[in-house]
Ligand binder design. Structure first.
Ligand code: PLP
Length: 502
């Protein structure tokens, strides 16, 4: 009951704790549970539930081998006092619906955590969950977290794992392909167990190399001799996925409390998407009983998911664009593999075949009926760079509300797509503070942008009468502690070196 196994083979099975500890299955697949949907979350008393109550209930349902006390402690450590709002993820109404159909639209602010991006919601939780996976024979084992980041994961993971007992963390980011604020957030990270390194390549190169590092049995054996095991903080880890399910329910609870919907009404969620983790959590929420009329995948110019969702062919052989929404500049959306598993009713053989095709040829096509099932749940759209800038401007002009370029991709798609039939309210997930990308945002608003990002933040503060989060505004005064840069081929050796320092 509640066991996990690889998307690529139905056996062996592991507990949720083991799945979280390992991150990725031995055959390269992602951990999934066939129990998804067996337990549902009741809607009747949802309105009265706090974020903390919802988190305890949902984590308990999806991670059944953790005790209620363990879950309660994790939830408290992760969210008590770490987020700007007591709601953790507050819901803000937009004065004007982006679309002419006039369905009430809300923004779910996911960026109130310590690094000002939505990944904090999961990465404040993952280290607490991981800390409770030590038992019996592995009680003395150390975990080295290895993560490739397109910008925001890295800092959020560093903030979560810095000085966490029994754990080290190595973060790789594509050199020159993250914003200056993002880079400084990582290069100034303190902590005795952290390593931060730029990579000459793009995010997909770095992520593929990290996957090879995890699959390297000789490396694993050498590390095991030193009492170290590798694990992942990327969104493929079950321990990242599960905490994200909570805010879909929390959004619904807030809509109920505001009187904007009645229990049972269907809500549509629009999600700025890269690795398909955030939106997959929305699918899990739906399977747990949340009334969701549609989940909209919003992409930037790297619109590989849009093409897949409209044609059934996933083709990563295409130009890679560096955009103002770097955390969505992704050509391989890893978590889509989990969706394929569920959309094929758990056909591991087919999933393994498709993933082998992706790895060898860079392309796969799903059977027509599988595409049709996915399309029943998911809508899609994308925004080019001009449309992102126009969306930021439009959202400000129409609502007096400032959004970041990732959120703006979603806003644009909401402008384009009418609400799905039967939708009572639309919710746009806002994944980053606009102050993480002050240059792009100020530029879109037609403000004068000084060459320095921090001066840009001040311009933005003045023009919009909002305040930059302190943890961003003070970054420029912090000492840079990490300056390493390596080639893709040297990442493995770098990890081994960092592990030897644990
Ligand atoms: C990571 C990230 C995304 C994409 O989320 P996925 O779970 O990878 O789809 C979108 N926006 C921001 C700001 C992010 O950091």
């Amino acid at each position: 009951m509640g066991l996990y196994h690889s998307t690529r083979s139905a056996a062996p099975c592991v507990t949720a704790k083991q799945a979280i500890r390992r991150g990725i299955a031995a055959d390269g697949g992602l951990f999934v549970s066939d129990a998804l949907g067996e337990t549902t979350i009741g809607l009747d008393d949802l309105a009265s539930k706090s974020y903390f109550e919802l988190a305890r209930e949902i984590l308990g349902a999806l991670l059944p081998d953790y005790t209620a006390d363990e879950i309660a402690a994790c939830v408290d450590e992760a969210y008590n006092g770490t987020f700007a709002s007591d709601e953790v993820t507050p819901l803000v109404p937009l004065a004007t619906a982006p679309n002419a159909d006039g369905v009430a639209t809300y923004v779910l602010e996911l960026f109130g955590g310590p690094t000002s991006a939505f990944k904090d919601v999961a990465l404040q939780m993952l280290p607490r969950l991981m800390a409770r996976t030590n038992s019996g024979e592995n009680a003395d084992e150390k975990i080295m977290i290895v993560t490739a980041t397109s910008g925001d994961t890295g800092k959020a993971a560093l903030a979560g794992f810095a000085d966490a007992p029994g754990t080290g963390i190595t973060v790789f980011y594509p050199e020159g392909k993250v914003s200056r604020v993002q880079e400084l957030q990582m290069s100034t990270q303190e902590g005795g167990n952290v390593a931060v390194c730029g990579v000459r390549g793009n995010f997909d190169d770095a992520q593929s190399a990290v996957k090879r590092i995890f699959a390297d049995e000789e490396l694993a054996a050498r590390l095991a001799d030193e009492g170290v095991v590798l694990s992942s903080a990327n969104s493929i880890n079950v321990g990242r996925l599960v905490p994200q399910v909570v805010y879909y329910f929390a959004a619904y609870a807030q809509l109920l409390r505001a009187g904007s919907i009645a229990a049972g009404d269907a809500v549509e969620f629009c999600v700025p998407t890269g690795n398909f983790g955030d939106i997959l959590a929305g699918y899990y929420a739906k399977r747990l009983g949340l009334p969701v009329s549609r989940l909209i995948v919003a992409s930037d110019k790297n619109n590989v998911l849009f093409d897949f969702l409209t044609t059934g062919t996933y083709d990563r052989k295409r130009p890679f664009f560096t955009t103002t929404s770097p955390s969505m500049d992704i050509l391989i959306s890893s978590n889509l593999e989990r969706m394929l598993y569920y959309a094929t009713d758990g056909d591991c053989e087919l999933v393994a075949e498709l993933m082998a095709g992706l790895s060898a040829e860079g392309v796969y096509t799903v059977p027509e009926q599988v595409l049709a099932r996915i399309q029943e749940v998911f809508g899609c759209g994308w925004a080019d760079e001009d449309q992102v800038a126009a969306a930021i401007k439009h959202c400000w002009d129409a609502n007096g509300y400032v959004i970041d370029p990732h959120t703006a991709c979603g806003y644009h798609v909401l402008e384009e797509l009418p609400a799905a039939p039967g939708t009572a309210a639309r919710v746009l997930l806002s994944t980053a503070s606009p102050y993480k990308f002050p240059r792009a945002v100020a530029g879109a608003l037609g403000l004068f942008c000084p060459p320095d990002d921090f001066a840009c933040m001040k311009v933005l503060e003045k023009a919009t009468n909002t305040t930059a989060p302190a943890q961003l505004a003070t970054l420029e005064d912090k000492p840079v502690l990490h300056t390493d840069v390596v080639d893709i081929d040297s990442m493995s050796a770098y990890v081994e070196q960092a592990a030897s320092n644990l």
